[in-house]
Design a protein around this ligand. Structure first.
Ligand code: ZN
Length: 343
């Protein structure tokens, strides 16, 4: 009998295009492990950075991809919460489950976590091996796209807004990079949390789609950004900035903050440093924080919001075979919303 072979996207060398290859899948399962048939993966800017070698500790060769949803096909010893047939979404990593971060509900910064697509094989494949510690069941009415982005996009954004920026209902929020995969969903999450949302984009062509996604105001992130944001907030500036771009917009969005305003940085697309005007953040009592990924609780809440229709996935689905085209579109910032890969 011919051995079963399955498709997967392998990164073999940094700065070289990942290879679409057939492989014999490893179906052996240790305690707590779960085998998943991937329904949908999300393509993240981090995947591009991984290919470019910005995460040099990545264990090569590796199957890329850390945003995933699928169906359980087998479970290892001791797994009680999941059984074959369950639809599940996964965290972007496997937490150790034992350290002080994991024990305090901050598993997203567990120092021993294993990140899919970097430390362990990821989801740009037909099947992927995960651990029950990373999994959450997906409500019936959530689409594969909504489930695939629930951890790295929706859940991460809930963490950024609720736990880091501590937004309150009625506050104003500025989202930069609002046409991108993170930005357009940040608009929706901030609206779901009862905020007034100003969205900034560098692309005039994306303005209408961002408005349709629920932004109260869409502004161009050009030289007039600060002036426009001030004008739209009665001269005050915004209470919170969700900085999804990084260096190109950082100083402008810092100047958009109101007195006492908070900025949460979740994107660094140019992988570069910024200069922080210290006088400004002292005098205005501003805070700047970074955050990454989601906890299991964030992931559950993200799926609830998606099931309620308050967050709707916006993006384009590519077949896994077109991974290079998908990456190129992301690199050129041509598409609105998330890019998804279906195996
Ligand atoms: Zn991601």
């Amino acid at each position: 009998m011919a051995r079963e072979r399955l498709r997967a996207v392998f990164l073999k060398k940094f700065r070289e295009p990942p290879e679409l290859t057939d492989l014999e899948p490893d179906r052996s399962l240790g305690p707590g492990e779960v085998l998943i048939e991937v329904e949908m993966s999300g393509l993240c800017y981090r995947d591009l950075l991984t290919v470019e070698g910005y995460f040099p500790r990545t264990r090569l060769p590796i199957i890329l991809g850390h945003e995933m949803a699928g169906k359980v096909i087998a479970v290892g010893e001791g797994v009680t919460e999941f059984e074959p047939g369950d639809r599940v979404a996964s965290l972007t990593y496997i937490p150790c489950g034992k350290c002080r971060y994991c024990e305090s509900g901050n598993e997203h910064i567990c120092r021993r976590r294993l990140t899919f697509g970097e430390d362990i094989n990821g989801s740009f494949a037909q099947i992927v091996k995960v651990h029950e510690r990373s999994l959450v069941k997906v409500p019936n009415n959530v689409t594969p796209e909504g489930a695939a982005m629930a951890a790295c996009v929706t859940g991460m954004l809930l963490r950024a807004f609720k736990h880091v920026a501590r937004v309150r209902q009625g506050e104003s929020v500025l989202v930069t990079g609002a046409g991108g995969g993170v930005g357009i969903h940040a608009v929706q999450v901030a609206k779901a949390l009862g905020c007034r949302v100003l969205a900034a984009t560098s692309s005039r062509e994306k303005v209408e789609r961002i408005s349709e996604a629920g932004a109260d105001e869409v502004v161009l992130s050009d030289d007039a950004l600060v002036e426009n944001v001030k004008r739209l907030t009665g001269g005050d500036g915004v209470d919170v900035v969700l900085e999804a771009v990084g260096q190109p917009t950082f100083n402008k969005s810092l100047r958009c903050l109101a007195w006492g305003g908070r900025m949460v940085v979740v994107g660094n697309v140019t992988v570069s440093s910024v200069e922080v005007p210290l006088g400004l953040i002292i005098l205005r009592a501003n805070s700047i924080a970074g955050t990454i990924a989601a906890t299991k609780k964030d992931l559950e809440e993200a799926l609830r919001l998606t099931a309620e229709g308050r967050v709707k996935p916006i993006g384009t689905v590519y077949p896994l075979e077109k991974v290079h085209e998908a990456m190129e579109r992301m690199r050129r910032k041509e598409s609105v919303g998330r890019i998804f890969l279906r195996p």
